[in-house]
Ligand binder design. Structure first.
Ligand SMILES: [Cu+2]
Length: 125
């Protein structure tokens, strides 16, 4: 004799509960969140002036598109990202904002002298 009665109908609420649980859990990979700006360096100054501080959120991808009026090495301190930019085409600085803080972007080799051009602030999530 069989010790367990066959009751397939009893499995339906269990499966429905499991399906609801699956929907509630974050199974899907989080969509990439991008903080993006376009900045121009002209005559030794940042344009627009409001770009003096760029605020991103920790965990986001940061993307800064630079238009410059002459050759320059853009150096993001702290993250140690370096990017050569020239007047021929915009240059894109892209990185994952894995660490919160305030980080300067310094221009090197520029005729107006080495100087901090702007700050990128990464705010904790
Ligand atoms: Cu530097």
């Amino acid at each position: 004799m069989t010790a367990f009665p066959k009751r397939p109908v009893a499995a339906i609420p269990v499966l429905a509960g499991f399906a609801l649980l699956c929907l509630a859990l974050p199974w899907r990979a989080a969509a990439e969140e991008v903080s993006a700006w376009t900045v121009e360096i002209r005559d030794g100054a940042v344009h627009p002036e409001s770009a003096g501080t760029l605020r991103a959120t920790e965990g986001n991808t940061v993307e800064v598109t630079w238009t410059v009026d002459e050759e320059i090495l853009l150096h993001l301190h702290g993250y140690n990202v370096a990017l050569r930019a020239g007047p021929d085409a915009p240059a894109v600085m892209r990185f994952e904002a894995h660490t919160a803080g305030r980080f300067p972007v310094e221009g090197h080799g520029y005729s107006h002298g080495d100087a901090i051009l702007l700050y990128i602030e990464v705010w904790p999530r």
